[in-house]
Design a protein around this ligand. Structure first.
Ligand code: KIV
Ligand code: ZN
Length: 506
């Protein structure tokens, strides 16, 4: 096979990243975008671990029809049965069973023998096979497992019905050569390996997740498990965009393809960053803000003469918008709509009307509106559509003399205006206390960051916050040219998520 299957686990392993919780609607939105991106498999969740995951998998299975939808489950018969209930509506459902294989996990965590693990693996694979013929088995911590046992285990699960066998570097421990040798060993020592696709799943604890995945591909693996922006447990997973662009850019080296529509990469990255609240570092390969920026005189000179002197990929090939085109006060609805569609947004008439009004308000405050401003504006609009509380107005006074004060007016769930005011140690403290007096949902603020969307004194400031309530973290974002307003919007956004989640639980 000369195509690599792209298995996206942003919604499962990615969401496992500390502080990265997504609600059901957000998961569906990401799944729809992953479908546009052209991934082959979406791992939509781990349904037996939470009712929210169950609902998200069920909904995604119904709505997202092109890719295979996969559920992760423990190697336990009841868990397999229950997981099937979540995914059975998919056009091409996959059940993914995971069980540890390394002695360290068996001895200290599971307290089971290798024979017991082998039996549990085969029994659950056989059970899953009763439901569908697309079954994946993962030997967790494979890179720290005795190779002979991996070979034995993979042979047994393939005989039991597994169609994909996954070799994870669960703790990001392997070195590329070693990992390549392990994959080689699998091909040489598992006699029935021609009946399954060999997959890899690499973590980034030593910064080698992409290198290890590419090495495995070079040694014959034909499925890679990865996430958008590389998010995931601890240091994360292999970044989808880096693997796909390495295969494409170095087709002379790999001689392989993927089904991914690379022009959707940038937008997918922005969406995942926006909804999870994990910013993308500026120097991140492919999707970082600096990935296609040239600063040194020598480089800029080369770029003007021939872009390939210092650019190995065309930014357009990954959907990075050209920042040369700016809109402003005099730009009309038509130009705004055109630019939106060039950036990959298709808004219905109602949303377009609202976004255009916000665009005009922004143009009154900011001279040049760039693509990043438009992205931020659309994200802000989409965030607030289904919110219970909306910001109507705020008034804050602060300075180095006197006590900071904030007065806030919100539109509540019943459409009625609610007002209150508070003092605080600083403007944000006063503001958040005033909002708390209206919304009255106990929580604590655990993170607060401000960053500017573009350069310049009139730039939009984006605020990201995380709040915690009953041990659960909720992310909120807000954007405005006034960072006090952004802060209010971000807090209200996080509170709305908290309220929506507690309504579902209760
Ligand atoms: O890291 C890991 O081993 C996993 C498995 C479920 C594949 O996430
Ligand atoms: Zn993992």
């Amino acid at each position: 096979m000369d195509r690599v299957i792209i298995f996206d686990t942003t919604l499962r392993d990615g969401e496992q990243a500390a502080g990265g919780t997504l609600n059901v609607q957000e998961k569906l939105e990401i799944a729809r975008q992953l479908e546009k991106l052209g991934v082959d498999v979406i791992e939509a969740g781990f349904p037996v671990t939470s009712p929210g995951d169950f609902e998200a998998v069920r909904l995604i299975s119904q709505e997202v029809r092109q890719p295979s939808i996969c559920v992760l489950t423990h190697a336990n018969i009841k868990a397999v049965d229950d997981s099937w209930e979540a995914v059975k509506g998919a056009s091409n459902p996959r059940i993914h069973i995971v069980l540890s294989s390394s002695d360290i996990h068996l001895f200290y965590q599971l307290r089971k023998s290798r024979d017991e693990i082998l039996k549990m693996s085969c029994d659950t694979v056989a059970r899953a096979r009763k439901y569908c013929d697309n079954i994946e088995f993962s030997a967790m911590d494979a890179s720290r497992t005795a190779p002979e046992y991996i070979y034995q285990l993979l042979k047994a699960v393939i005989d039991a019905g597994a169609t994909t066998v996954n070799v994870p570097d669960t703790v990001g421990y392997a070195m590329p050569n070693q990992f390549g040798d392990l994959i080689d060993g699998v091909f040489k020592n598992v006699p029935n390996i021609d009946r399954a696709v060999v997959s890899v799943h690499c973590h980034n604890d030593l910064g080698l997740a992409v290198a290890n995945s590419l090495e495995a591909i070079k040694h014959g693996a034909r499925q890679v498990e990865c996430t958008i922006n590389g998010i995931g447990e601890r240091a994360g997973n292999a970044a989808l965009e880096e693997i796909v662009m390495a295969i494409q850019t170095r087709s002379d080296f790999f001689d392989l393809t993927t089904n991914v529509n690379t022009t959707q990469i940038y937008q997918t990255s922005r969406l995942v960053s926006d909804l999870t609240g994990f910013p993308v570092q500026p120097n991140k390969a492919i999707v970082g803000g600096n990935a296609f920026r040239h600063s040194s005189g020598l480089h800029v000179d080369g770029m003007i003469k021939k872009p390939q002197t210092f650019e190995i990929m065309d930014p357009k090939s990954v959907g990075v918008p050209s920042s040369s085109l700016v809109l402003g006060k005099t730009s009309g609805r038509h130009a705004f709509r055109e630019r939106l569609s060039e950036l990959g947004y298709s808004l219905d008439d109602e949303d377009l009307k609202r976004a255009f009004t916000t665009f005009k308000e922004l143009a009154d405050k900011k001279k040049d509106i760039t693509d990043r401003d438009i992205e931020s504006l659309v994200a802000e609009e989409q965030r607030t559509i289904s919110e219970e509380y909306h910001l109507d107005r705020i008034q804050v006074t602060c300075g180095d003399q006197g006590v900071p004060t904030a007065a806030v007016r919100l539109v509540g769930p019943d459409g009625k205006m609610k007002e209150d005011a508070s003092l605080g140690t600083g403007p944000i403290d006063a503001l958040y206390k005033a909002i708390n007096r209206i919304v009255r949902v106990p929580n604590s603020l655990t993170e607060f960051t401000v960053q500017s969307v573009t350069e310049g004194i009139d730039a939009i400031g984006e605020v990201l916050i995380r709040i915690e309530s009953d041990g659960v973290t909720y992310t909120g974002r807000g954007a405005d040219t006034d960072i006090i307003v952004s802060s209010a919007k971000a807090y209200i956004n996080a509170l709305n998520r908290l309220i929506a989640a507690s309504r579902k639980d209760g």
